[in-house]
Write a protein that binds this ligand. Sequence first.
Ligand SMILES: C=CC1=C(C)c2cc3[nH]c(cc4nc(cc5[nH]c(cc1n2)c(C)c5CCC(=O)O)C(CCC(=O)O)=C4C)c(C)c3C=C
Ligand code: FE2
Ligand code: FE2
Length: 339
Amino acid sequence: MGKKAVLLVNLGTPDSPSTADVRTYLNEFLMDPRVIDINPISRTLLVRGVITPFRAPKSAKLYRAIWDDKTGSPLMHYSLLQQKALQQRLGDEYIVELAMRYQNPSIASALDRLKAALVDDIQVIPLFPQYASASTGSVYDKVMELLSQWPTKPNVSFINSFHDNEGMIATFADNALKHNPQTYDHVLFSFHGLPQRQLVKADHTHLHCLKASDCCQTITEANKFCYSAQSHQTAKLIAEKLNIPKEKYTICFQSRLGSDPWVQPYTSEIVARLAKEGKKSLLVFCPAFVADCLETVYEVTTEYGDEFKALGGEKVQLVESLNDSPIWIDALEKMVREN
Ligand SMILES: C=CC1=C(C)c2cc3[nH]c(cc4nc(cc5[nH]c(cc1n2)c(C)c5CCC(=O)O)C(CCC(=O)O)=C4C)c(C)c3C=C
Ligand SMILES: [Fe+2]
Ligand SMILES: [Fe+2]
């Protein structure tokens, strides 16, 4: 019998925090038509002519602030730990490969290794709990594009989303317990943002998304692939698990890019509002990320932390991501064995 494989795919990170490597990373990432979903000429002008030249030196500075001398980028460090831990759990029955959608290790190199190992079954797990065309959808595209060149196709399956996965919810709840969640004035569930037009595209009925202010409160046939609706569901499940009452938490979206409207409310505005209301301490979950990364370590702890304190707040505490928590590795193992 041939071997089975699991291909874990996260977003990717620059090879180093140098401006040149950050530029290469941003160009590959933002030229993806699923990320900047506008016509190709406008995308090239916008990304190569405006966003990357201005953003690369600024982002490189941020990456330098989070880069560890020994382990490099946190996203890469925790992704490698996840791969290693899952491989140990699954044993010889499976080969577990790690790839990044952008930069290295590339999906192409991981698939080459699986081809050489003569695998006949590949489970692809895009490491994004909530489905978005710009993340999960893009991983599907890349894997299928590369597999289209294989003379013989293996069995291939994809995990579309795991926004309500019991083990994922339990890991975030467990990580929060270390910080005594009940002692904070307010709790934020801050998800990575997405342009609003990408949410609307995921509504096959064209009747639901953003037509009412509460369109994301429950998952229906119309919004089952909606990143925002899935994010609301994840947050509700974590809050329920920790008995955090509705009035004590807010769901919000960070990391906006450009001037188009993104999914709201924006985390920066909520942080400012809570400080003005006199809240002193915030506990922040970032449940769109399976591994701590620039967006959690820097954006939440440093940027929102500084913003909150400048307006009178005292403490912003990040709940660490899933990283290599044994409960999360249990959940990944279960996902693979039950798929
Ligand atoms: C959670 C899944 C993600 C979605 C959906 C997503 C969409 C998305 N992102 C950008 C622009 C940027 N994102 C950046 C960093 C970044 N994004 C994700 C995940 C999702 N992005 C992660 C895990 C990271 C961190 C990577 C790391 O190395 O730690 C960046 C780069 C950093 C910076 O310059 O600020 C940009 C740019 C867009 C435009 C988008 C959807 C349209
Ligand atoms: Fe992003
Ligand atoms: Fe919605």
